[in-house]
Design a binder for this molecule. Structure first.
Ligand code: HEM
Length: 430
């Protein structure tokens, strides 16, 4: 008689890679992050054909190590492919660590910091006021759809100097681009269609602004020169598409996450903000550590890497789980506690090196190193303005419902961007 097959008992700390695809992980990835950090700091996920790093200093180290890790789409037979079928079209993300990346970054990065950024802030305030005016007298608001997803996209299209009458068209394109990025199939087809429509719309604007530049961001981008060279029209359009996503889809989620944590995670600390709105700065920083909008970044190895006794081969795909690194108990005390008064986290503005004068570790939410977020200062300023304006305008804001399903990410394919789907507030006399 055949012997009944006995199932091999799972090792207590073993990780089944299918866990990464489950709803439980999307809702609450932190228990799995902890198992990764504690037992598999270099995890080979054979099911998805990738490697995973999850400890703070390993993620930091990989971000800083350009010789071993590259972001470009890797082609085993030669140079990196540029201008692929990516829904945004050719853009800086595809240049990897190449000199072209450095050139393109240097040409545009200055537009999002310092005086250039300051020039745009009155417009950010005005847009916040306009959006708040649409619900201020109603007594309740669904913050995600009525506010946070409205402001950043309108800000970025205004910065670019696109006609205000076309804002709704831009919102439509941007939503199709984002869905196309994450969900494939018909979403991808619609994303590419939106991209093509947007490009056709941008062509005449680029032609006009190249000849007669104004003060807007599009004019600055088309006329900026470095080493006697300008961006090509396709690079300009790819960059505009990326800006809509990078500048719109992330900052809107940051604003919603900040309010979610104040309303539901730490309502006691929400009270501190009423007397000191400057503390929104700390809310932003702690949100970017505790449960940042973006949890993962992808790299490919350009040579063999040995880490924690494991060998990651050349040309391997590697996920840097910055969301896991941010909860590393080797670096932060009580990492699972949201606390805007933390003393073991660099609370001020971020920088590309990730090293600060106060000697404290920073959050990893903007990445570090060569691809450190170009919009880091703008995202913070915009989120600060939006949150302060809202708190100013709404008397006694409070959650409309006692319970909330929490922050989630709709699909890991969407880049793992995390935020609440809806967030109802009520305000006025209780
Ligand atoms: C809270 C909001 C934001 C978050 C969480 C965020 C997150 C990130 C992260 C993690 C990276 C690093 C990518 C990597 O290492 O591969 C990145 C890069 C980038 N971000 Fe952001 N971002 C935000 C806002 C913005 C804004 C407002 C802009 C522009 C206006 C922007 C533009 C960019 C660009 C162009 C890059 C690519 C930089 C390069 O490759 O050199 N981001 N962002």
């Amino acid at each position: 008689m055949a012997e009944a097959a006995t199932e091999r008992p799972a090792l207590p700390d073993a990780i089944d890679p299918r866990e990464f695809d489950g709803a439980a992980f999307q809702r609450d990835p932190f228990p799995l992050y902890k198992r990764l950090r504690d037992h598999h700091p270099v995890f080979h996920d054979r099911f998805h054909n990738r490697w995973i790093l999850s400890r703070y200093w390993d993620v930091d180290g990989a971000f800083q190590d350009n010789a071993s890790y590259d972001r470009a789409v890797y082609r085993p037979d030669g140079p990196y492919e540029f201008g692929s079928t990516h829904v945004f079209g050719p853009n800086i993300l595809e240049y990897g660590n190449s000199p072209q990346h450095r050139w393109l970054r240097n040409i545009v990065a200055g537009q999002f910091v310092g005086r250039r950024l300051q020039d745009f802030l009155p417009m950010v305030e005005q847009i916040c006021d306009e959006v708040i005016a649409t619900f201020k007298d109603v007594g309740e608001v669904e913050l995600v759809n009525q506010f946070s997803s409205q402001v950043p996209i309108r800000v970025i299209s205004n910065m670019l100097g696109l006609p205000r009458a076309d804002e709704d068209t831009f919102v439509g394109w941007y939503q199709a681009l984002i869905a196309g990025l994450g969900f494939g199939g018909e979403h991808l087809a619609r994303g590419i269609q939106a991209r093509n429509e947007m490009w056709a719309y941008l062509d005449p604007l680029i032609a006009v602004r190249s000849k007669a530049p104004g003060e807007d961001l599009l004019s600055r981008i088309v006329s900026a020169q470095l080493d006697g060279q300008r961006m090509s029209p396709d690079e300009v359009k790819g960059f505009v598409a990326l800006l809509l996503a990078a500048g719109g889809d992330t900052t809107d989620k940051a604003i919603a996450n900040m309010w979610y944590h104040m309303l539901y995670t730490r309502p006691d600390q929400f009270d501190d903000l009423r007397g000191n709105p400057a503390l929104w700065d700390n809310v932003f920083t702690e949100m970017m550590r505790y449960d940042p909008v973006v949890h993962a970044q992808f790299r490919h190895t350009t040579r063999e890497v040995v880490l924690h006794g494991k060998v990651i081969p050349e040309r391997a795909g590697v996920i840097l789980y910055l969301g896991a690194g941010n909860r590393d108990e080797r670096v932060f005390k009580n990492p699972d506690r949201f606390d805007i008064h933390r003393t073991d986290l660099h609370m001020g503005r971020e920088n590309r090196s990730g090293r600060y004068k106060d000697g404290l570790p920073g959050h990893l939410g903007f990445g570090i190193g060569q691809h450190f977020c170009m919009g880091y200062a703008m995202a913070r300023q915009e989120a600060m303005i939006a949150c302060s304006k809202l708190l100013d305008a709404l008397p006694s804001p409070r959650p409309k419902f006692d319970a909330h399903p929490g922050i989630n990410s709709p699909s890991i394919d969407s880049g793992g961007f995390r935020s609440p789907e809806t967030l109802w507030l009520t305000f006025g006399a209780a």
